[in-house]
Write a protein that binds this ligand. Structure first.
Ligand SMILES: Nc1ccn([C@@H]2O[C@H](COP(=O)(O)OP(=O)(O)OP(=O)(O)O)[C@@H](O)[C@H]2O)c(=O)n1
Ligand SMILES: C[C@](O)(CO)[C@H](O)COP(=O)(O)O
Length: 252
């Protein structure tokens, strides 16, 4: 654009999308894990607060299982914030929940070039500083990206046959860990591009376990931006205990 001429297009805004329609089967409990109390609040409350406290986030969209949408816990979680919307867009898989929620955002009039940061409700260790780091680097380069951690341990591939009939599991080989990263969330992409990439991934029945894998399938090379150890996913009971201790300690 020639210098001095201003573009009339508004700058893309950033929105958060939290899929919360999982059952938390690996953790167990009466309620899905994201609604269980962790160090004094439902686990989802921590991620909601982190996005709420990030000035760059214009709105927060939460994909909820249709069977949970009238649960009073949601009312208590929304607080007085008008920027949080709970939608009955939960699906059978994480990617269906994300795709349905992205569709709802497009229908609600969110511009298709706006950025969406998809974040697991099961990662309460996220902070405004980490969210801002992702937004700054991704919007500077104009490409999508995600928080991730370079692999620190030696990686073993187990012999699939070794665990048969109660035998001990054995290592078959060591995978070079150079260039290997563990994907975290948030994962930040353009609204329309992400929607279409996930839609196609679902159509192809591809193994898309995060937003970045859907974008990779569509030909993108998402930026890997170093996250933080405390942004781990609470999956098993031992993760819950560890996160409980971390959140209690950071409260003091
Ligand atoms: N059908 C699904 C499945 C998962 N999720 C969400 O995706 C995130 C990451 O999933 P995970 O931690 O695996 O949660 P669950 O699927 O609930 O756990 P599990 O596999 O142990 O049942 C969570 O915020 C979860 O609520 C979702 O919105 N819709
Ligand atoms: C999106 C994710 O958290 C990136 O590591 C992960 O793939 C989610 O996996 P899950 O099996 O749905 O928990």
């Amino acid at each position: 654009m020639p210098s001095g001429i201003q573009s009339s297009l508004p700058l893309p805004q950033c929105h958060a999308l939290l899929p919360t329609a999982g059952t938390g089967s690996r953790l167990g409990g009466v309620l899905p894990k994201q609604f269980q109390e962790l160090a004094g609040q439902p686990m989802l409350a921590y991620a909601l607060k982190a996005f709420h406290d990030t000035p760059e986030i214009a709105s927060i969209w939460v994909g909820v299982s249709p069977s949970f949408i009238h649960n009073p816990i949601l009312k208590s979680l929304s607080g007085n914030s008008s920027s949080v919307r709970f939608l009955p867009s939960g699906g059978a898989t994480r990617q269906e929940t994300v795709r349905n929620t992205l569709s709802a955002m497009l229908k609600a009039g969110i511009p298709e070039n706006d950025w969406v940061l998809v974040h697991d409700a099961a990662r309460p260790g996220i902070s405004p500083a980490l969210i801002q780091k992702l937004i700054a680097l991704v919007s500077q380069l104009g490409e999508g990206g995600l928080l991730a951690m370079p692999l620190a341990d030696t990686l073993k591939m187990a012999d699939a046959n070794s665990a048969i009939a109660g035998n001990p599991t054995r290592a078959m080989k060591t995978i070079p860990r150079e260039h290997l990263w563990q994907a975290q969330t948030p994962q930040m992409f353009g609204l329309r591009r992400l929607h279409d990439a996930i839609e196609e991934g679902i159509r192809l029945e591809a193994d898309i376990t995060d937003e970045a894998s859907a974008m990779e399938l569509a030909g993108a090379s998402p930026l890997l931006i170093e996250g933080a150890t405390r942004n781990f996913k609470v999956t098993h009971p031992a993760d819950w205990e560890l996160m409980h201790a971390i959140l209690q300690a950071s409260d003091k």
